[in-house]
Design a protein around this ligand. Sequence first.
Ligand code: FMN
Length: 325
Amino acid sequence: MYKIGNLEINNRIILAPMAGITSFAYRKFMSKFNIGVAVTEMVSDMGLIYGNKETKSYVTFEKIGCYTGVQLFGNSPENIAKSALICLKINPNIDFFDVNMGCPVNKVIKTGAGSALLKDPKLCGDIVRELKRATGKPVTAKIRLGVDSKHLTYLEVIKELENAGVDMIGIHPRTTKEMYTGEPHWDLVKDLRKKMSVPLAVSGNIYRVEDAINALEITGAEAVMVARGGVGQPSLLININNYFKGNELYIPSLEDQINWCLELARDYIEEKGEYIAMRLYRGICTKFFDGFPNSKQLKCRLSTELNKYDDLVNILNDYKSEILL
Ligand SMILES: Cc1cc2nc3c(=O)[nH]c(=O)nc-3n(C[C@H](O)[C@H](O)[C@H](O)COP(=O)(O)O)c2cc1C
């Protein structure tokens, strides 16, 4: 349906990178609902160069039912390329590299990385050029509109990336300053794909099937990125796929949500061990029950009492009997 370099992708959903969430366990779980591409959470080039154990664990993964790209962040073409070669030594399963040019977090932008790169379109191009030259892999970039509304550099950045041979561009049409709030500026990226020579992916407030379809139609993009809206809601993936297949909307039952919640918990435990996984899961598992009755009380219990997998099973059993009374 579209290509990222030599990779043929036949599904228009991309699982967006989310630091602290989209580890291998999450990508493996979500890929069962059919996606074309998944991207790792952002990985520091310097963390890899210094041999940081945790950083290396982010780029160690197996093949799943879709292509996986490693997202790198940094601000030097040479260091990013060097870190990508380290990744390839650790893991031959990497299909492509993505460069983070959109992170708005202070810790990252003060080092000149993430969305700070948008101030220097030429450097954005140099990073992609060097990364492609060094690895021979397809290279994509994920950008924002610019650092603020007075500095909307995305069109210049896109041109530089294209000149450097980028294989796809993802855009989250907000500025650095806007972080994750307010509406994405779809008006500014209307028909964007027509101005471009490479595939486009779009991201921003994709919570319902309509959001995904609107984003694709407005921009003409090949792919849509599912981020916050997919957490605890794998049926969003089912239903975007259903839309393209002409199938009806699938409304998940409480039983579905409980089963999926437990399945993802087991995947995180296998990856991180029970102690770390269950602490991380406090903030994630509650999302499976948005919109269900008494979900506030359930969320309160889950976010305070969850220490072990058995706690999760017990709390969900209590909830189920309460709801079905
Ligand atoms: C907790 C969190 C972590 C994120 N981490 C990354 C990241 O590591 N790399 C990246 O390119 N974008 C990251 N993003 C941005 C998302 O990929 C996505 O572009 C953004 O959330 C907008 O989509 P949404 O409004 O549908 O969530 C993150 C977003 C959130 C909420």
